[in-house]
Design a protein around this ligand. Structure first.
Ligand SMILES: C[S@@+](CC[C@H](N)C(=O)[O-])C[C@H]1O[C@@H](n2cnc3c(N)ncnc32)[C@H](O)[C@@H]1O
Length: 211
């Protein structure tokens, strides 16, 4: 799949409103009260030192990218998404929070990242794979850009009533929510080692390393 053959669903009004919501206090509140406090678990799992080269594949409007950028000093984060609307919101938010110099924002597809092989310390992708027809090529791409010893952390909606309802809004070909076992299997199939996954409320999260 290439950027030419795949277009974002997050365009126009959906991109602007969705982009606002995904970066808002309302999302944070819905996670804490209903969906599960995934960002807390995610930030704990990635355990940043501050000097890492990070890629956020499907960064959206930056809910995770900016939380990561805040914890980087000499490190840098490459933020990739197909949606112009999402990237515009991310860029604005980064400037407002004086984090723009820590971000490298690029339009692109998560299955063909414009990132050289073996250059990243940490690769993350949050709430993206349920929109793809097949998550394995996206997982292989994260493996490609990581250096040996580099880590990946992926999160998505879990296969719960709420997870199924939220992810049902996408294209018919979209994968939909994940069980922990499936998310773990995708990372293993892509070639990752030390794969571990868990449920956090209505979410799933998995981490692994590149050997
Ligand atoms: C539900 S949003 C999540 C955004 C962000 N990771 C977050 O947690 O707020 C999914 C994002 O994945 C992006 N996306 C979906 N398929 C993509 C693809 N093939 N390549 C790049 N981005 C993609 C969408 O444009 C959208 O911004």
């Amino acid at each position: 799949m290439t950027a030419e053959s795949y277009t974002s669903e997050w365009t126009g009004m959906k991109g602007r409103i969705g982009g606002w919501y995904l970066a808002s206090w309302l999302r944070r509140l819905s996670e804490i009260l209903i969906l599960g406090n995934l960002r807390k678990r995610f930030m704990g799992l990635i355990a940043l030192r501050g000097n890492e080269a990070v890629v956020d594949a499907g960064c959206g409007s930056g809910f995770y990218s900016l939380a990561i950028a805040e914890r980087l000093d000499s490190g840098r984060i490459t933020c990739v998404d197909l949606s112009d609307e999402m990237l515009e919101i991310l860029s604005r938010r980064a400037r407002r929070r004086q984090l723009a110099d820590r971000l490298d924002i690029r339009k692109g597809d998560v299955t063909t990242l414009d990132v050289p092989a073996g250059t990243m310390d940490l690769a993350v992708s949050n709430g993206v794979w349920h929109e793809l027809p097949d998550p394995v090529p996206a997982a292989r791409e994260l493996l490609r850009v990581l250096r040996r010893g580099g880590r990946v952390v992926v999160t998505d909606f879990g296969d719960t009533t709420i997870g199924r309802r939220i992810t049902a809004r996408h294209r018919e070909s979209a994968h939909g929510p994940f069980s922990v076992e499936e998310l773990v299997r995708v990372l293993r199939d892509a070639g990752f080692a030390d794969v571990r996954g868990e449920r956090v409320g209505h979410w799933v999260i998995a981490g692994a390393t590149k050997q």
